[in-house]
Design a protein around this ligand. Sequence first.
Ligand code: SF4
Length: 572
Amino acid sequence: MTEWIGKTIYVDLESESVNIFRTDKELIRKYLGGRGLGVKLLLEFTDANIDPLGSKNPLIFTSGPLSGLAPMASGAVLTSKSPLTGTIFSWNMGGSFGRELKKAGIDALVIIGKAKKPSYVKITDESVEIVPAGYLWRTNIRTCTKALESNGSVACIGRAGENQVLISSFVVDSIHGGRGGLGAVAGSKMLKAVVVKGDKELLPSDPEKFQKLEMKVLKLFDASPMLSKGLANYGTSALVKLLDYMNLIPTRNFSGNKISFADALSGEHIKSTFKLENESCPGCPLGCNKRIKETGQILPDYDSLWAFGFNLDNSDLTSVLKADRMCKDYGLDPISAGSVLGACAELKPGVIEANGLESLLSEIGEGGKLGNGARKYLSSIGRKDLSMDVKGLELGGFDPRRIRGQALAYATSSHGGDYLTAFMVGPEVLGKPVGIDRLNLKGKAGILQVFENLIAVLDSFVFCPLSIFALSEELCSALLLSAADMETSPAELLKIGERIYNLERIYNLKAGFTWEDDTLPERLFINEGDNEGHGFLRQEFEAAIQEYYHYRGWDKEGVPTPEKLKELGLIC
Ligand code: SF4
């Protein structure tokens, strides 16, 4: 059996010191790992008012209890204060970083301070080293990853992170990028990369039971058409045709949702154009990442197809491929980049054609002002009304006017406009795990908070976000028992999710956010008498937010009540 509770490592880049502690067992019982553990450590470790680009803001990498053991559980979570939004931010990374952390016996790696010169952190079973990285500074993600990958799984930043671009990201194993500007946090620390390789064998506490459950998980993946037919064949571009058919893809900075060229960027068309091979995270039977055999390029996922295609009214697949490649090289979040460019195109039609998409992305990656993200950039020129964001994070490619639970999810997400903290597109569009009416806002609040809690749990196991199409709290509870001998009922797991969500709320309140921030961009609101399909009546939306607070056990201003905090064990 694997030693289930491992180490928490603190690395201070400033004093060049490393401290290693045994992870507190109680912490794991209350927060599991991944997002839960990251959020708890961030709250314990720092003041919510710190400067996200200051030396005190930590980067916290966490593995989960099933990392490297169960299918779709090889990734890690990175938690920090986002310089883009000012909120707490956790990114479920993908790739093999979590598996390697777990094999090295690490539950959490906390990096603070600012290095005096470019550095990377190299971790093995036996050692943690801060290594000079001057020769890697100014390299792009592919070059840096190639230079370090013989030492393990690589999470690194590109030039955008070095330039502290607020929409920059880490990229893991040169494929998986994230959101929230966490690349800039690394850049501010002169931290180019973290590389980890573990050698321990990962074994469940009850191998026989675990294997049976693993077979069940694989069967569930197989039985889910979205996973086994859609994602396995086309990756997330499988969504294009369905979303287009239902007019759910926002276009031209959310000014419309009718597209004439959906086929040109659909998974089916891409698959018929290129010879593809699967690129799987370790232990994942789906392989949702597709690589073009001829060039080796990883195909854009739905986020990029939307951001550089539909949102920019651009049907040219070649230019979308290039833009996506540039984001992966620079380490940029494609949703944020496409969103700020979409707003510019609305403000000044023809600006993208005149300057060229590639040249604008280079400008962003090299530190140009568009890289401050849509809200900050557009506010600076007096046009905040064009920014399609919540709490400073740009919305993804799902039209909230026609997926109304998703609208509520954007408004209440701890991260701002992040569709992954409660993927309501699942029940509202794909009918998973159960179908619900997507055009109605009433009655969504109760369902939404259950989804938010469940996803907080999956993120804390560090299951891939796409596992939501097959996994349940019941299965997670059984897996935890057979893998780590930890008995936790499905209801207790959801309680852990609720605890995490409340802790994130406390962080954001301490950071200065209020109920007034739980809203949508101006464009999504309408007046009495307007066509309802065009948006939300403000009163109706605010009533739904109040209903959500009620389900959460928060007061009318969205503050968790002392009774709720007591119930969750967050105060005595
Ligand atoms: S579905 Fe895709 S991202 Fe998720 S674990 Fe599998 S290959 Fe990785």
